[in-house]
Design a protein around this ligand. Structure first.
Ligand code: NAP
Length: 253
């Protein structure tokens, strides 16, 4: 564990941290000395396993159930984290629902709304709720987990792409508005990083994806965690409003 004494009293809230990238982000933030609120929706045992893993490594973490697409859920979540751990000044908007591919003829507006609820509504509700404490601390880190699909424009995925594009837009706007308070807002855009829900993907599909990458391999969840941990730290204090791709160089802008 690489504790950074400046970070020891800070609380990070990671949404959707019971598995996948969120679990790796939570573990990596804890490694750097942050106390981590591990949010989950349905997978309580997954969240508890993440907490146990962090505590076994000497870190601090607690699990918090909440639906982050719901205003009441967000209010209760931030209140519970603040009471049990302290007010979060690091917010990682990571949670996602299902991500179906749907040809445009079969898409419904609800498909767009469902993605916007995760990637625009939830981050907005959470930011509003944690902002007063960030402002009074004169410090805040908001890290939105976007996606390379905004640059790639994947077919049959425009509902997801649109919502991730919206997330990038608010990242920039919030960064401009909140910088004066010592709050940075950035977006980490992963490429395809296999997690549990990708189990069973044919090897040929993974190889085809790797073939298009300068680094010629799949990424690992902890590599997203590393980028987030850097952006959450004091070492990133002069970086705001940026999109950082963690995708082996697949997109070059
Ligand atoms: N993995 C990739 O290849 C990849 C690529 C680009 C971008 N991303 C982005 O990275 C983020 C994480 O993706 P992932 O692949 O790690 O997903 P994942 O493994 O499917 O995990 C999703 C997480 O979101 C949580 N969640 C679902 N509904 C929720 C709700 N209403 N409120 C709070 N939490 C909720 C889940 O909690 P429960 O299980 O407890 O219900 C789970 O912890 C997403 O924003 C995704 O768009 C992923």
């Amino acid at each position: 564990m690489h504790q950074n004494s400046e970070q020891v009293n800070r609380i990070a809230l990671v949404t959707g941290a019971s598995k996948g990238l969120g679990a790796a982000i939570a573990a990596r933030l804890a490694d750097t000395g942050l106390a981590v609120a591990v949010n989950y929706h349905r997978d309580r045992s997954g969240a508890e396993a993440v907490v146990e893993h962090i505590m076994a490594a000497g870190g601090r973490a607690e699990a918090f159930q909440a639906d982050v697409t719901d205003a009441y859920g967000v209010n209760a979540l931030v209140e519970a984290v603040s009471l049990r751990m302290g007010a979060p000044t690091v917010l990682v908007n990571n949670a996602t629902g299902p991500q179906p591919f749907i040809p445009i003829e079969r898409q419904q507006w609800d498909d767009y709304q469902a993605q916007l609820d995760f990637f625009l509504k939830a981050p907005f509700l959470l930011l509003q709720r944690v902002l007063p404490q960030m402002k009074s601390a004169g410090f805040g880190r908001v890290i939105n987990i976007g996606s390379e699909v905004v640059e790639l424009g994947n077919a049959e995925f425009s509902h997801y792409v649109a919502a991730k594009a919206a997330m990038l837009g608010v990242t920039r706007s919030w960064a401009t508005e909140l910088g004066v308070h010592g709050i940075t807002v950035n977006l980490v855009a992963p490429g395809w990083i296999p997690v549990k829900r990708h189990e069973g993907t044919p090897q040929s599909e993974l190889e085809a994806y790797c073939a298009g990458l300068p680094l010629n391999r799949m990424g690992k969840p902890i590599e997203v965690g590393d980028a987030v941990a850097f952006l959450a730290s004091d070492r990133s204090g002069f970086i705001t409003g940026q999109r950082i791709a963690v995708n082996g160089g697949k997109t070059l802008s």
